[in-house]
Design a protein around this ligand. Structure first.
Ligand code: LMR
Length: 335
């Protein structure tokens, strides 16, 4: 039998839920972008530029919140938070994906890439592009590569030859390749989150580290490392990643616009990263707090020879196709 009171209640409920759905549909999509470095670094600048362009072009539809300096998530938990959709964008260093794919370890191999230009060529070629998709089984999609720069070795001792590092303990990112690299020169290593590096060096828990100039300068590591050898022995670059389900769930037109913004930001970050690192190198030199050691070609070759066996050690895990494609991007004749 028709019950007017009940009918009214059902109508009210239906209207209320429609209202809620409309309100939800009108809410901007929230993208939390968390990272572990300072705003002034290549990655920090990229995150801020992404936020600015999204606000200019997609304001009202998408909102971006940037959390630098491990203020929301740090190395220990950020990828898990991304997979749980608690944060939607990260740009971890390529050394931090070990747990999800072994192929990206190629970027950690010492003395593989001659310079950032070579890294850039590899990232743009088919094999490099393929690696952006290497973690989709884990709900992680790679959207772009962002440069930081080549790594330098800092320590409490002047490091001219590999033997000088003997017995020292170096802070490393969580990468088996980096662990093997230091073992190769008779040194020890400790995997520590980026946020703990300054303290670990200051307290003497570790005596050395490897970082690009921008990270050394922005974390003031040169104040607690009296020597920095300009080894350029490896690369520290990033993959901008999102949660696959979140990313592909964004309405198509909005996603296309976001991807165009990412392309634009990537272009600028990658174009400016080298210069930003050189500026920070100069600031460190000018500070007088750390002595910069330039290696002769023979000295650099000695480091290369000492660390090179690591390639064979990891070739099986990385895949020889990936390793060959990476080697092919160098332009210089090498041994
Ligand atoms: C590090 O842990 O040394 C780097 O990955 C930090 C960063 O994001 O540049």
């Amino acid at each position: 039998m028709f019950n007017p009171v009940r009918a009214l209640a059902v109508c009210a409920l239906a209207l209320a839920s429609f209202g809620a759905a409309t309100a939800l549909a009108d809410e901007p999509i929230l993208i939390k972008f968390s990272h572990v470095v300072a705003d002034g670094t290549p990655k920090g600048q990229g995150a801020l530029m992404f936020k600015q362009l999204v606000e200019e072009r997609l304001g009202g539809k998408v909102k971006v919140e940037v959390y630098p300096n491990s203020s929301l998530y740090g190395d220990a938990n950020e990828l898990e938070a991304l997979r749980n959709n608690e944060v939607q964008l990260l740009a971890p260093s390529l050394a931090k994906f070990d747990q999800y794919t072994k192929q990206l370890q190629v970027f950690d191999l010492p003395f593989l890439f001659d310079d950032l230009e070579a890294v850039n060529r590899f990232q743009k070629r088919a094999k490099g592009r393929q690696l952006l998709r290497s973690m989709e089984d884990h709900n992680i999609v790679g959207l772009a590569y962002w440069h930081n720069g080549m790594k330098q070795l800092s320590a409490t001792r002047a490091l001219h030859s590999p033997g000088d590092a003997n017995g020292l303990s170096f802070r490393i990112q969580p990468s088996a390749v980096l662990e093997a690299q230091f073992k190769q020169i008779g040194a020890n290593s400790q995997k520590l989150p980026f946020a703990e590096v300054f303290k670990a060096l200051q307290s003497g828990q570790v005596q050395g580290a490897e970082n690009p100039w921008s990270n050394i300068y922005s974390q003031k590591l040169h104040e607690v490392q009296p020597f920095i050898s300009e080894t350029n022995h490896g690369v520290l670059d990033y993959m901008l990643v999102s949660n696959s389900r979140f990313w592909y769930g964004i309405p198509h037109q909005v996603r296309v616009e976001l991807e165009a913004i990412i392309d634009e930001v990537t272009y600028v970050v990658n174009k400016q990263a080298e210069a930003a690192n050189q500026t920070d190198r100069q600031r460190i030199a000018d500070s007088g707090k750390s002595q910069l050691i330039t290696l002769t070609p023979e000295q650099r070759q000695a480091w290369r020879d000492a660390m090179r066996p690591v390639w064979e050690q990891f070739e099986g895990q990385i895949g020889s196709d990936v390793l060959k494609a990476a080697e092919a991007v160098n332009r210089k004749q090498r041994k």
